[in-house]
Write a protein that binds this ligand. Sequence first.
Ligand SMILES: NC(=O)c1ccc[n+]([C@@H]2O[C@H](COP(=O)([O-])OP(=O)(O)OC[C@H]3O[C@@H](n4cnc5c(N)ncnc54)[C@H](OP(=O)(O)O)[C@@H]3O)[C@@H](O)[C@H]2O)c1
Length: 235
Amino acid sequence: VTPVLVHGASGRMGRSILRLMEPMPDLALAAAVTRSGRHGLAPGLELPSERLGECPEFRVAIDFSLPDAFDAIMSLCVERKAALVSGTTGLNASQDAALSEASIHIPVLWAANFSPGVAVLAELVERAAAALPGWDADIIESHHVHKRDAPSGTALALGARVSKGRGHEPHYAALRAGDIVGEHTVQLSGLGERLELIHRATDRDIFARGALHAAVWIAGQPPGRYTMKDCLGLS
Ligand SMILES: NC(=O)c1ccc[n+]([C@@H]2O[C@H](COP(=O)([O-])OP(=O)(O)OC[C@H]3O[C@@H](n4cnc5c(N)ncnc54)[C@H](OP(=O)(O)O)[C@@H]3O)[C@@H](O)[C@H]2O)c1
């Protein structure tokens, strides 16, 4: 059984992770870390972020928090030689570089989106953008009103796949409305025709399930920086 630290446990994603992890036989909660440590989660196992260093032994950390909180959990994972699965978006370039540095010592899987559908979408987008180099490329994303970063991490990751296929970034449009879990449209527009590749998430449990699958998978991996493509075995 792999002991798991859940970082950002009181958030929308953290709560889904805790609920879906409970019946899983290969994972056991070691600690639920939140800013205040007082959300009444997992009796005896909730820890405030200022006491993160006192966390009991864990083998994998699952992090869905905020960019401000990210450095602390990554450092702790390196210190404890534990694996890190993170879905925190809005990280800056130096945090991304630090993640690559950490992956020399520990297994790391960061993904802007843990849904299997988006992993396949990213592959399709790269192929389509490369096949239609002269076409305009635009990414439109919609999320709930509480989301802080824009464009979404998923939109930027899809944008990177568009650029890979043709060398320049697409345009982005971000909508924030109601309780939308997450929708992404990649639109490629030519003269007289338009191709749209769309993913709609209707339940954030898909991201939580993907992250838990990644946690089980990464526990058996050597140090390195992994993606959902590795974890899902997509070639
Ligand atoms: N990769 C994916 O598939 C995916 C999917 C959905 C969301 N996300 C991303 O995941 C992140 C979290 O999203 P969410 O909707 O769950 O956010 P949220 O509901 O705002 O939750 C944020 C969590 O982070 C905790 N936190 C804040 N500051 C902290 C600190 N200094 N130390 C430790 N914990 C701290 C909060 O604790 P308190 O409650 O105590 O403040 C809360 O548990 C965002 O970056 C979002 O974009 C990724």
